[in-house]
Design a protein around this ligand. Structure first.
Ligand SMILES: Nc1ncnc2c1ncn2[C@@H]1O[C@H](COP(=O)(O)OP(=O)(O)OP(=O)(O)O)[C@@H](O)[C@H]1O
Ligand SMILES: [Mg+2]
Length: 361
């Protein structure tokens, strides 16, 4: 007796989607079950296709169904639903799926370091990733990504430069070392809009925005000019007691941009010689703040000279020393971020009834 579709679905109730914490059948993620004798084929629709859990889910599905009596072979196809920008009042960039802002309340906490390493770590998972330097006054991306060229234009659109697998745009590419020290607000607004809508970004899974510190013109312009999926807030442990991190979080909440999570940068220092851990700026404040504010804590990055050297040399540590624990810390953040993007977008899609029968939460 061949297995029935019901038995297959019953078996798949044991496979839990790790981000959404529901089984695949409850999520209505199993499609097109076909049974031919001992062979069972079906499709599983995931909303986080580049996430690290894809292979695990595929394996769990195969194992669950193969354990059924009468089943000899199982073919699982993982398919994707694309949650694009859904809010009609905010324009999208055609071809760009998720725009993620990396922000901080204070300057110098490591936004650009986190933005570059995070963007490269996402690209290393197989995603198409762009990195836009939204810091018009103090662009950091050219040095950190090791790019100095001037971009070409085609049909009045700027062709982004490329480095370490990312598409890049920065004010530094346009002005070289002569970035104007003072720019009037309207010019900054115009430049940000140009970077968003006048650059040939092409098809991207993620566009990461490296923001200037604080809550100024650029943040407001960005929010008004484009649909931002969510924000990552970078902080150092000692700033956490200060009100500016909270202010940053509140600003995004006020303008209806979800917080994907907080990164505690320059956390514990581990002495390279004696391996002693020292909490130079303190430790654990990130987690406490997140609990207080009800936002996710993504993880922490150690204070480490190799991270700074990578930035100065134009080779992010996830490229220069991919096997180091520091690179691992950035990859952990990338994975945690993907999970949050997935959760937030799935909720939003459910609310917007965009899921065409796919029950996501
Ligand atoms: N985890 C770390 N360990 C060691 N050095 C770090 C770390 N994170 C950042 N740095 C260094 O600290 C300095 C400031 O970092 P970065 O430029 O990324 O901060 P930022 O928040 O983008 O600053 P700004 O607000 O000026 O744009 C850089 O020299 C960088 O290499
Ligand atoms: Mg910066």
């Amino acid at each position: 007796m061949p297995v029935t579709e019901n038995e297959v679905l019953h078996a798949l109730r044991t496979v839990i989607e790790p981000d959404l914490k529901q089984d695949l059948v409850a999520l209505n993620a199993v499609r097109n079950v076909t049974i031919r004798g001992g062979q069972v084929d079906f499709e599983v629709i995931l909303t986080n296709p580049t996430g690290p859990q894809k292979a695990g889910i595929q394996r769990a599905c195969e194992e669950a169904v193969r354990a059924l009596p009468g089943v000899e072979q199982v073919n699982v196809t993982i398919a994707t639903v694309t949650f694009g920008p859904s809010a009609k009042d905010r324009p999208a960039i055609p071809g760009v799926r998720h725009i993620i802002a990396v922000a901080s309340g204070k300057g110098g906490v490591g936004k650009s370091t986190v933005a570059t390493n995070l963007a490269v770590a996402l690209a290393q998972t197989g995603a198409a990733v762009g990195l836009m330097d939204a810091d018009i006054y103090g662009p950091n991306i050219p040095i950190m990504m090791g790019v100095k060229d001037r971009p070409d234009t085609e049909d009045e659109r700027i062709i982004p430069l490329q480095s370490h697998g990312l598409k890049l745009m920065s004010m530094g590419f346009i002005t070289g070392d002569n970035v104007p020290v003072i720019w009037r607000g309207p010019l900054v607004t115009k430049m940000i809009q140009k970077f968003l809508h006048n650059v040939a970004w092409g098809d991207l899974d993620y566009l990461i925005l490296d923001l200037p510190p604080g809550t100024g013109d650029v943040q407001i312009t960005l929010r008004q000019s484009v649909y931002i999926a969510g924000a990552v807030i970078v902080t150092t442990p000692q700033n956490l007691a200060l009100e500016d991190v909270k202010r940053g979080i509140l600003m995004f909440k006020q303008v209806d941009v979800p917080i994907f999570g907080v990164v505690e940068n320059m956390s514990t220092f581990i002495c390279p010689r004696c391996k002693t851990r020292t909490d130079i700026f303190g430790h654990g404040g990130g987690l406490r703040l997140c609990e207080q504010m009800g936002v996710p804590f993504l993880s922490e990055i150690p204070l480490d000279p190799e991270i700074r050297k990578g930035g100065d040399a134009g080779v992010p540590i996830v490229v220069g020393q991919p096997d180091s624990p520091q690179a691992g810390a950035f990859r952990k953040i990338a994975a945690a971020l993907l999970a949050q993007v997935h959760i937030v977008e799935a909720k939003r899609a459910e609310q917007a009834k965009l899921t065409e029968g796919l029950k996501v939460l």
